[in-house]
Design a protein around this ligand. Sequence first.
Ligand code: ATP
Length: 751
Amino acid sequence: MRLKNLEINGFKSFAKKTILEFQNPIISIVGPNGSGKSNVVEALRFVLGEQSIKSMRGSSGSDLIFKGSKNLSKSSRASVVIHFDNSDKVFKLSNETGENINLNYDSVSISREVYSDGLNKYILNGSEVRLKDINNLLSSVNIGSSQHHIISQGEADRILNASSKDRREMIEDALGLKIFQYKIKEAQRKLERTTNNMKEVSLLRRENAPHLNFLKKQVDKFEKVKEMQVTLLLLYKEYLKKESIYLEKEKANLFIEKNKISLELEDIKEKISNVDEIDRKEESEKEKELKILEKKIHEISGIKGEIERKLGRIEGMVEMEERRKEKTPKIIVRNPEEIKMTFTEISNVIEEAFLKEDIYEIKQILTRVKNILNKFNQNEDILEDTSLDLEIQNLKNQQQEISFEIQRMEEIEKENFSKVEILKKEISEENEILHIKEKEKFNFRVKQQELSSSLSFISVKEENFKKEIESFENEIKEGYALVDSDILSYKNFSNRDGAEIVVNKIEQEELRRKIERIKIKLEDVGLGGGSEIMKEFEEVKERDDFLTKEMEDLAKSIESLHTLMADLKEKIDIEFKEGIKKINVEFTNFFSLMFGGGEGHLSIVTENKKKKVEEEIEGDLSTQAEEKEEILFEYGIDIDVSLPHKKVKELNALSGGERSLTSIALLFAMSQVNPPPFLVLDETDAALDEANSRKYGDMLEKLSHHSQLVVVTHNRETMSRAGILYGVTVGSDGASKLLSVKLDEAAVIAK
Ligand code: ATP
C-alpha cells in the first residue's frame, strides 16, 4: 500500500485538521451533496502540486483556504500533507545531470501550504523544496502532473474531451514517460543557458580579439627586440673583451715607450749639460795668453824698430863723420872713461829691460837709455882731427852694440814667435776637440729634438688613447641602456674552445659595424615597456585561452545535451509506441467487458508544425542571427471506438453513459499497463446503470490489485467494493467532518 494517509487542515470546507487513513486497497468516501467529498479529492490534487486553481474550483489561492462559518473563524492558510510508504525506496529524485537519487526514507511525506496572499510552500519530509522537485519526485512513482489518475466529478470523460495532444500527455504520464519529458525540458533549459553562455563567451572573445592582436604584435616586436638584445650582448661581450685587452696592452705599451723615451731624454739632457760645462771652463784661457804674447811681440817689434832706427842714425852719423873727416880736420874726441861709463850704464839698463815683461816698464827703461845717450851726445868734445877718428870709432862701437842689441831683440822675438806658434797649435788642437764636442753636442741636440718629438708623439698617442678609453666607457654606457647590467659580463668572455683571445683590429671593426647595425634597428623598434606588455599579453592570452577552453567545454556540453535529448526522445518514442500497443490490448479488453463486445483503439497521429527558430551562424568570430523555419513533428492520440451492434464510431455521437464507460475502460487500461500507486475516482460511476455499476465494481476490484483506489460515490454497488468507508458530513459549526462508517451507515449517509 503506497498511500498511507492524508491530513487536511484549513483546506476549503475542512476547517480543522482531518486525517484520512488509506489502510485498504479500496477506500470509499460517501456523504450528502455539498458535504465536502470533492474537497477531499481536491486536497489530494492540491498536495500533489496541481497548478490550476480552476480545476480545484477556485479563482485564487485564497479560495482554497477555509473561509469561516457561523461558529468558526476563517483560516490563515490551508495545509494538506500526504504520507507515502517508501520502505522499498521507490521514490527517487533526479539531480541536475539527470541521475536518479534514491530517497533514503521509509516514509515520504509531501506537504503543501497556501497562504491568503496566494503564496505556496512545498515541503518534502520537513524540508522546503521547489514545485519542480515535487513533480520530479512524483514522476518516479508514475504520478504525473497531468493527474490523469485523479478523475474529478463530472470529468469522467475528460480524456475523451481532451485534445489529441493533451491525451498524449496523459498517456505519457500514465506510462511513466513524464520523467523523461522533464529531463528533456531540463536539458532544453540547460541548452538555452549554455547557448547563451556560449554567445556571451564568444562576444567576450570578439571584444578581446583586437586588444589581444595588438598585444600579440607588441609581444612579437618585443620578442624580436629580445632576440636582437641577445645577439647584441654576444657581439658586445666579444667586442668589449677584445677592446679591453687591446686598451690594456696599449696602456702598457705607451707607459713603456714613454718611460724609455723619458729616460733617454734625461740622459741626453745630462750629456748636453756636461758638454756645456766643459766649454765654459776651457775656452778663453789660451786665447787670452795668445793675445798677451802677440801684444808683447808687437811691442818688442816696436822697440826693435826704434833701435834699428837708432842704428840707422848712428850709421848715418858714422857716414857723416867719415865724410866730415874727409872734408874737415876736426876730430871729435871722446873721453874714453865717459864712453865706458855710458856703455856700462846702457848695458845695465838693457839687462834690466830683459827682466821686465811689461812693455810699459820696458818703454820706461828705453826712455832712460835715450836720456843716457842724449846726455852722452851733449857731452861730446870736438877735438882735433885725431879725435874725429875716435868719434867714428866710438860711433862704430855704438853701432855694433846696437846691432848686438837688435840681434838679441830678434832672438827674443823669435823665441816669442815660437811660443805663439805652439800656443796657436794648442789652441787649434783645442778648437779641434771643441769642434768635435760641438758636433757631438749638435748630435745630442738632434737626438734630444727627436726624443722630444717622440715624447710629443707619445702625448698625442696618450690623448688618442684617452679618447679611446672614453669611447670604450661610452660604449659600455650605451650597451647598459640597451642590454642592461648584462653588458658587464663581457669581462667573463672567453673563446669557446678556451683558446687565447687574439685582438685583430679588422675583426674588431667588423664586430663594431655589426653592433652599430643592431643598435640602429633597436632604435627604430624602440625598447620601452616590454615587460608590462608581456605581462598584459599573458593575462589577456590566459583569459582568451580560458574563454576558448570554456567555448570548447560549452560546445561539448551542447553536443552532449543534444545527444541526451535525442536519446531521451528516442526512448520516449520507443516506450510510448510500445505503451500504446499494450494499452490498446487492455483498452479492447475493458471496452468489450463494459460494452459486451466491440473495441476501443488508440492511434498515434502526427501533425506538422512550422516553428521559427533563430539560428546562429558561427564563423570568424562574427555571429549573425538568421531566422529559419523548422518543421516539427508533433504527435497526438486519437481514440477510435467500435460499439457492438452499432455503427457509431465518432466519440461525439456516444451517449453520456457510453462516454463514461469508454473513458473508464481507457483509464483502467492505462492503469493496468503501468499501474499508478493510486487512482481517485470522484463519482465516475454517476452515469452508470445497475448492470454497468456491477461491471464497474468488478473492474475496481481488478485494478485494486495494483493500485489503491479512492472512490467518491453515491453508488451502493461501488460502496460495497470498498474496504474502508468514510462518511463526510457538515457539522453544526459549518465545517466538513469525517467519520469511518459501515456500508449500511454509508448508504444512509450517502443519501
Ligand atoms: P456533491 O455530492 O454535491 O458533489 P460534495 O460532497 O462533493 O457534494 P463539495 O463540492 O466537496 O461537496 O463541497 C462543497 C462545499 O464546500 C460547499 O458547500 C462550499 O460552500 C464548501 N466550500 C467550498 N470552498 C470553501 C471554503 N473555502 N471555505 C468554506 N467552505 C467551502
